[in-house]
Design a protein around this ligand. Structure first.
Ligand SMILES: Nc1ncnc2c1ncn2[C@@H]1O[C@H](COP(=O)(O)OP(=O)(O)OP(=O)(O)O)[C@@H](O)[C@H]1O
Length: 699
């Protein structure tokens, strides 16, 4: 449909330069095509007429036919309004206008029959409609829309060139009036035929002007399918290209380092899930292709251990390996646990973070370059330009959201042939989202916790019941356990949060005078942070007061209570991450979510979900349903490859699976899309990529 794309919206009847500018700035509409792809977000059935007797105060909208029987202006100044009565022959309701009084008064005629549309509400025992839409009964022509009326996202109301939903609909109609040719198809016939999809030409007309809900359903299905299909096709094609083009290092053997660790140093049995995942990774790394794998597993499922064993395989094959963590605390902790676990095994491990001193840093650089260092652990300091590996074979990235794709790519450049990449994430990503955001990565899932873990008991407690919590905490500490108390930290109001944290610290010191309390927050110097963490990890302090710096990966198995203050300020995934800091040992653990009484429904729901399940995937799905995929923590940075215009990852998973299967089939038969039948696919992918680039340049 290239030619719709070349029609400038400015020249459409009813637009002009000013509106064109508004459309471009606010809705990203510059061409006829953009306008047709600005889909309605809802429809209202205007084929249904009510009678006044049927109306209740809580209906979303009503439609009546009748006359305006009186109109008068009442009140003064800011309270001034116009009140009318509307009679449909079965009763009377009240109409109210606060704005545009003069204009409306001039428009309304007493004997005319009107169609009234609006939201009813009950006020002083009468039903009224504020700012109703009134239209003359149609006489064949006119702008009245019968049937399903589309509603569009509109432009900002304050602007002089404000476009209402109705105005946008009018413009859409104008496009269809001036563009009478058939809109060319964007899916090949073998796909539309196989799935009995509505043709694009019809689907676009139907989505804006649906004759009935069945047709609307078909049009919406076709457009959603197409949107998800091209995303999948694009991702799978990239993956194919990688598999065909990028040669990977071949790790053909498992040698002494791995075996020694497995037989001597590993203090427990691997879970079946860990074994399976290690097998999957080994197979990948031995295949001759470059591995790009996402290792997903709930908090505490033993991902780091898997990563370590895979790193040993790299070393067995004479390669260096590195592990990147998102924070210094985590990098240091990884360094310590890994050094501990590899005790007695002859590997050299280094730690490189922003606070590594110059002399130590130089030494690390030299040892890396000479190949003496086998494992380098660190923060993003690892990808600075002067860090040169001798032969980097495997990169493990912990919590990739914080790194971003561009940073990942910098690692490639460090080697002529790219290292294998294993990305670990504890943020459970709903399947549907993983298929779109991480679709170019293979996925391994650890879906089993080490044996003996008891499910964490979670409760939601109001501030007023704090004394009970204090008592419980004391009992736990007396029983030898340790406690986290976490306070929110939100960037915009750091000052206030800091106050929360220090107040909390003082309060806790007062309540528990006999215990040692440590505190960590993001503004501390790394050495201070480490010292405080160390105090807690070694058991010197019983309580750790902290901000969310402890959110990922901190591992103190003896800690059994997690108190989250102002829990309403955290998203579900973050709450789950925080909760994952306890329940890492054999003791029964508890998570207490503290909030005030005044909570929105959504927050209440969040607290309820947390108290009901410990399953990270269930929580992630619920999070996506509550907040929509765009908001999902940690995913904003990675971003969807395309902005979704019509499909919804929370609701359309069935269509997504179908789209993925079809894309897979297509590529199986024609990996490079060279067949004549698929020419349209190749063209369309190119067009979508171009479109994305254009928008990136404009915005
Ligand atoms: N198979 C196992 N049996 C018993 N304990 C295990 C097993 N695997 C790992 N562990 C232990 O469980 C704890 C959590 O493991 P690890 O840190 O590897 O998990 P993780 O998935 O990386 O956690 P997180 O995402 O929270 O950082 C560690 O103390 C580890 O030693």
């Amino acid at each position: 449909m290239s030619d719709l794309a070349t029609h400038n919206i400015m020249y459409l009847q009813g637009v002009g330069p000013k509106r064109a500018e508004t459309l471009k700035k606010e809705l990203r509409i510059v061409s006829y095509e953009d306008l047709l792809y600005h889909f309605p977000y809802k429809y209202v059935d205007r084929s249904r007429f009510y009678t006044i007797g049927e109306i209740t105060g809580d209906m979303p909208y009503i439609q009546l036919k009748g006359q305006v029987t009186s109109l008068k202006t009442v009140g003064e100044g800011r309270g001034k309004r116009m009140v009318g009565t509307f009679n449909d022959g079965t009763g009377i309701i009240e109409l109210v206008w606060f704005k545009g009084i003069k204009y409306i008064k001039g428009q309304i005629k007493p004997d005319e029959t009107y169609i009234l549309f609006g939201k009813p509400s009950r006020f002083n025992n009468t039903i009224n409609v504020v700012h109703p839409e009134l239209e003359k009964e149609p006489n064949g022509k006119g702008s009245f829309i019968a049937g399903l009326q589309p509603f569009y996202n509109t432009t900002e109301k304050m602007k002089s060139s404000y476009l209402t939903s109705r105005a946008i609909f009018k413009l859409v109609q104008n496009v269809f009036q001036s563009y009478t040719s058939v809109i060319p198809e964007t899916l090949p016939a073998h796909i539309t035929g196989q799935l009995k999809l509505m043709k694009l030409n019809q689907a676009l007309r139907t989505i804006h002007m649906p004759p009935n809900s069945e047709e609307l359903q078909k049009a919406s299905f076709r457009l959603k399918f197409e949107e998800l299909f091209y995303i999948q096709l694009n991702i799978l094609r990239l993956r194919n290209q990688r598999t065909y083009n990028l040669k990977g290092h071949i790790f053909s053997r498992v040698g002494d380092f791995f075996n020694q660790f497995y037989s001597q140093n590993l203090p427990f049995e691997l879970t079946n899930a860990q074994k399976r995942v290690i097998k999957e990774i080994r197979k990948d790394m031995g295949s001759g292709h470059q591995m790009n794998r996402l290792l997903q597993g709930d908090v505490g499922s033993g991902k780091t251990l898997v990563a370590l064993m895979v790193m040993l395989i790299a070393i067995d094959n004479k390669y260096q390996t590195c592990l990147m963590a998102p924070t210094e605390i985590l990098a240091t902790q990884h360094f310590e646990t890994i050094s501990e676990m590899l005790k007695g095994i002859d590997v050299n491990i280094g730690l490189l973070t922003g606070s590594t001193k110059k002399a130590a840093r130089n030494q690390l650089h030299a040892d890396l370059q000479s190949g003496k260092l086998n494992i380098l652990i660190g923060t993003h300091a690892l990808i600075e330009d002067n860090v040169q590996f001798n032969n980097l074979g495997l990169v493990v990235i912990d919590e990739q959201h914080r790194f971003g794709v561009a940073q990942r790519a910098r690692l490639w450049k460090k080697n002529l042939s790219p290292p294998h990449v294993l990305v670990m994430t504890a943020t459970p990503i709903p399947r549907t989202l993983a298929m779109t955001t991480y679709g170019d990565l293979d996925v391994s899932i650890i879906d089993e916790l080490p044996p003996g873990r008891k499910p964490i008991q979670t409760s939601h407690v109001y501030h007023k019941k704090r004394l009970g919590v204090n008592k419980f905490v004391k009992e736990q500490i007396e029983a030898g356990r340790q406690v986290y108390a976490v306070y929110p930290l939100i960037e915009e109001s750091e000052k206030m949060d800091f106050k929360n944290l220090t107040d909390g610290y003082e309060y806790i010191q007062e309540v528990y005078p006999n215990y040692n309390v440590s505190m960590v927050h993001g503004k501390m110097k790394p050495a201070e942070k480490d010292a405080a963490m160390q105090e807690f990890a070694s058991g010197k302090s019983q309580i750790l007061v902290s901000t969310t710096v402890i959110e990922v990966g901190v591992n103190v198995p003896n800690a059994s209570v997690m108190i989250i203050e102002s829990a309403e300020r955290f998203g579900l995934s973050q709450l789950h991450q925080l909760r994952g800091r306890v329940g890492r040992g054999a003791d029964q653990s508890y998570c207490i979510l503290m909030t005030g009484y005044k909570l929105s429904n959504e927050t209440r729901k969040r607290m309820e979900i947390m108290t009901q399940t410990n399953d990270g995937f269930e929580i992630a799905e619920a999070d996506m349903k509550l907040r929509g995929p765009g908001d999902l923590e940690g995913t904003q940075q990675s971003g969807l490859p395309f902005e979704l215009k019509i499909a919804n990852l929370g609701k359309d998973s069935r269509i997504l699976h179908m789209a993925r299967n079809v894309a897979q089939d297509v590529l199986k038969n024609d990996p490079l899309l060279e067949k004549q039948d698929n020419a349209i696919l190749k063209r369309q992918l190119k067009r979508l990529a171009q479109q994305k680039m254009n928008w990136a340049m404009i915005s």
